[in-house]
Design a protein around this ligand. Structure first.
Ligand SMILES: Nc1nc2c(c(=O)[nH]1)N[C@H]1C(S)=C(S)[C@@H](COP(=O)(O)OP(=O)(O)OC[C@H]3O[C@@H](n4cnc5c(=O)[nH]c(N)nc54)[C@H](O)[C@@H]3O)O[C@H]1N2
Ligand SMILES: Nc1nc2c(c(=O)[nH]1)N[C@H]1C(S)=C(S)[C@@H](COP(=O)(O)OP(=O)(O)OC[C@H]3O[C@@H](n4cnc5c(=O)[nH]c(N)nc54)[C@H](O)[C@@H]3O)O[C@H]1N2
Ligand SMILES: [Mo]
Length: 778
């Protein structure tokens, strides 16, 4: 739990600079009628390669991506690679992502000499990253307000000295963004724990924390149980709260194949996203040539923001009502043998009225019954979800309701059935497996102690929100960011800026210049690292690193490009350098480990559950799958069974005059990295500072298309935050709901607005009022 935070009257928004590029023209909004992926994507890739001047390297690299053990893992999303060994399992956004890393542009010492930090603070985030790859370590010089070069040895000594000077190791916090490979991850958590802290916040604290906690509580494993083969054999797919065409584009292939097979595909999302219509599978060359699209949906339901739990409860209620006349609609045998608390759940469903379900979900009983029928008719069902479900106050309860629904019909532990969260960053799941957890279990720590000969701290550490609050209070003085862009990704931008600026030292390990280098502590370091596409040559030869995808497959990733600069170090080498300087008496063989990553993996095999014999298994053609007890119907829960939950439905209906606002990504961005001001599938051009609204909510407020509005959020503590001048765009979204883009809208997300169930910031449910600009409500 995060510490309570003193109420703040009003935190003024102070975005110092725009996020996206200069708009290339007038804002434009037209419905997109073309299939997802297909030629629209191919055109966009071509334009992007041209813009990045990567026409030779780009395509060559792409041919090496996601190969069986001979290439590198796409540094984009965590969707698994095709199990059939397909050699062109790529997507538009993965290509953009790889090309982004391979840009020929460079940010060297001349650049930093020419531009002060104050000057750079006025640049857009797009312009910062557009300078290209960082090339050598830099340290902030307060005298001149410039970053100046520093040697690696001096940089490590600076970090080590600062860490050693702390009164308490808990005055440091070590953030991980989900790109970090498993071996670096293992060394990073080892360093933090050897220092004596579990302050290991990560991007998952803002992403799928709720999913992990719910699955852990219900099934005893904090991960999904299905793999791609299950996707290929299921009868019904329920896709909730994910914009797959943009954020997990390779899912489109699975959806179109499912459709062709005759499977049912139900999308549950306040917005009808592109993946809920039709697609042209990009590597299906005949389809591309013939412009032949495949539908990717058989039913679309549009709940209100936060209405998913009520909708799921309605589906369960329908299944249970049906069981009164048709006992087979519930898998009695499964329920009796493998679950606990069924009777309590049945009762809760019975007691939840259809009126309440309709009111809270925003979906009619008739439509919920349609989805329930699909579910009831299917022998095997998969429910898949992403941030639209997790980033809510009741994210944990909602994911548990997903499991409740699945358990009713025994959709677990057999082919084609089960829960399937879509994870975010390419290795965010691996980070958690390898120890990035501010709440480690006793068993994990015992094994780590045994395998590594350290005495890890037992007290829980700080997560992302907790770290920001502790920095703000002056309790955390050193912040280390292992990748990511903490300043922009975190909630409450001005508050997070203040927090970072009050640190003694901020260290950012990065590939490109970003906002987090400019919003820094009294002392600050930029440590540039190799990207995943680049050759990592150590004394023991060229190294590969392992990663874990959304479906628990672990495989090797081998970079093959010449590094962007000869002065870059790999992430494991940077961590070992910092650790050696911070822990001079350490008995951990840091230098020896980073000569050959097999040595790190040998220790991981002893320390981590599921990594036994990993050096051999990770070299198998498709790597290995981490064992999933729940998949084998072994439940590591208190009852030893899969547990139904019985939470009451939360009230998610916006108060009169207010709207529930969800922040999300456009098609042309990767989290805080913005590629363009366009959002192709939603028909938007040249505009990011927008808010999508229902046309009736706009009419009620007297708003025309592209009319500037003032958005005011109200936090749990009653404080307000504002964004002014955003343009209202009418969109097919339920009444009472609104949506817009992160990270521009993060100023509206109050630091105190995190879930009491998961401690996750409520990024999909910000309570706002929207008025015409200049007419703000008192
Ligand atoms: N190209 C690209 N790929 C990415 C990323 C990227 O930025 N760019 N980011 C990666 C990361 S870290 C992550 S976590 C994932 C994120 O993948 P997504 O979860 O798709 O991310 P968002 O863009 O936040 O979109 C959230 C979706 O949830 C819907 N939604 C909002 N509120 C609700 C609700 O209350 N109920 C339901 N059912 N739906 C709701 C929105 O309409 C939207 O479709 O993608 C990963 N992949
Ligand atoms: N309002 C709102 N806020 C959100 C979200 C939301 O939906 N709404 N989503 C949240 C989610 S799901 C997430 S995951 C977070 C994302 O938070 P982060 O992971 O912190 O942010 P990214 O934008 O993915 O990080 C981009 C930076 O990573 C660095 N980088 C890229 N590749 C590498 C590499 O190989 N190694 C290293 N060391 N650095 C590299 C580059 O310098 C780049 O600038 O944002 C969260 N914030
Ligand atoms: Mo994420």
């Amino acid at each position: 739990m995060n510490a309570p935070h003193e109420p703040r009257e009003q935190v003024p928004a102070q975005p110092e600079a725009p996020v996206g590029p200069e708009p290339a023209g007038e804002p434009h909004s037209r419905p997109y009628h073309h299939p997802a992926a297909g030629w629209g994507a191919a055109k966009s890739v071509g334009r992007f390669l041209l813009q990045e001047r990567a026409f030779v390297d780009g395509p060559r690299a792409i041919m090496r991506m996601n190969h069986e053990n001979k290439g590198f893992d796409c540094p984009g999303c965590a969707w698994p690679d095709d199990t059939k060994g397909l050699h062109l399992d790529i997507c538009e956004n993965g290509i953009k992502h790889v090309t982004w890393e391979m840009t020929p542009k460079r940010v060297g010492r001349e650049f930093f000499a020419a531009h002060s930090v104050t000057e750079l603070s006025g640049w857009s985030d797009f312009a910062l990253e557009d300078q290209g790859r960082l090339t050598e370590p830099m340290v902030y010089d307060p005298e001149s307000d410039h970053y100046v070069p520093i040697s690696w040895q001096e940089a490590f000594a600076l970090v080590g000295g600062a860490l050693r000077a702390l009164d308490d190791p808990n005055q440091a916090s070590f953030y991980t963004s989900g790109r970090l490979g498993n071996e670096a991850t293992f060394l990073y958590q080892l360093m933090a724990r050897e220092l004596g802290t579990n302050n290991l916040p990560d991007c998952s604290n803002m992403c799928h924390e709720a999913s992990g906690r719910a699955l852990q509580a219900a099934l005893g494993t904090g991960k999904g149980t299905v793999d791609l083969q299950d996707w290929e054999t299921t009868d019904a797919l329920f896709i909730m709260g994910v914009n797959a065409a943009s954020n997990a584009p390779r899912m489109l292939t699975a959806l179109s194949e499912a459709y062709r097979r005759g499977a049912q595909i139900v999308h549950i999302n306040p917005l009808v996203e592109a993946a809920a219509t039709k697609t042209i599978v990009p590597h299906d060359f005949t389809d591309m040539a013939l412009f032949k699209s495949t539908p990717t949906s058989t039913l679309n339901l549009q709940p209100r923001i936060g209405g998913d739990m009520a909708l799921l409860r309605g589906m369960s209620k329908a299944v249970l009502e049906q069981a009164k006349t048709d006992p087979k609609s519930v898998d009695q045998e499964f329920v009796e043998r493998h679950t606990a608390y069924f009777e309590e759940y049945r009762k809760v469903c019975e007691e939840t009225s259809w009126e309440e379900i309709e009111h809270q979900s925003g979906v009619s009983r008739a439509d919920i019954l349609k989805a329930a029928r699909v579910y009831g008719d299917a022998d095997r069902s998969i429910v898949s979800w992403c941030l639209g479900v997790s980033q809510h106050e009741h994210g944990v309860d909602t994911v548990r309701e997903i499991v409740n629904l699945l358990l009713l019909r025994g959709n677990l532990g057999r082919e084609g059935a089960g829960p399937s969260p879509v994870r975010g960053h390419s290795n965010v799941q691996g980070n958690r497996t390898c120890g990035i957890d501010h709440r480690p279990t006793e068993e994990f720590l015992d094994r780590l102690a045994e395998a590594c000969g350290i005495d890890p701290p037992r007290a829980h550490g700080l997560d992302t929100v907790g770290t920001i609050q502790a920095m703000h209070r002056g309790e955390v003085k050193i912040f280390v960011g292992m990748g990511g862009n903490f300043a922009l990704a975190a909630p409450d931008t001005p508050y997070t800026y203040e927090a970072l600026r009050s640190c003694e030292l901020t260290v950012q390990v990065s590939t490109k210049l970003n906002r987090s280098h400019l919003v820094h502590g009294r002392r600050a370091l930029i440590l540039p690292c190799l990207g995943r596409t680049e050759k990592d040559r150590r004394r023991g030869g060229v190294q590969s690193t392992s990663v874990e995808d959304s479906m628990s497959m672990v495989h090797l990733s081998l970079g093959m490009k010449r590094p962007a600069s000869p002065h870059l170090l790999s992430e494991p080498a940077i961590i070992a350098g910092m650790a050696r300087a911070a822990l001079p008496d350490s008995e951990t063989p840091w230098e020896w480990y980073i000569e050959d990553y097999d040595r790190i993996r040998d220790t991981m095999a002893r320390a981590l559950d599921g990594f036994e014999d990993c050096n051999r298994r990770v070299r198998l053609p498709l790597g290995f799958r981490i064992k999933q007890p729940a998949r084998e119907l072994v439940f590591l829960t208190p009852s030893g069974r899969a547990e139904f939950s019985t939470a009451p439905l939360p009230d998610v209906v916006p108060a009169p005059g207010t709207l529930a606002l969800g922040t999300m990504r456009s098609h042309d961005q990767w989290n805080t990295t913005i590629y363009s001001d366009n959002d192709r599938y939603r028909g938007i051009k040249n505009l990011r500072t927008l808010v999508f609204m229902n046309k009736d909510d706009m009419r009620e407020r007297g708003l025309a298309e592209f009319e500037p509005v003032d958005i005011t959020s109200t936090a749990k503590d009653g404080s307000h935050r504002h964004l002014d001048g955003f343009l209202a765009v009418p969109y097919d979204i339920p009444r009472g709901c609104a949506a817009g883009y992160m990270p521009e809208m993060n100023v509206l997300c109050a630091i105190v607005d995190y879930s009491t169930q998961s401690d996750q910031p409520l990024m999909k449910h910000v309570k706002v009022t929207i008025t015409r600009s200049g007419r703000a409500a008192a």
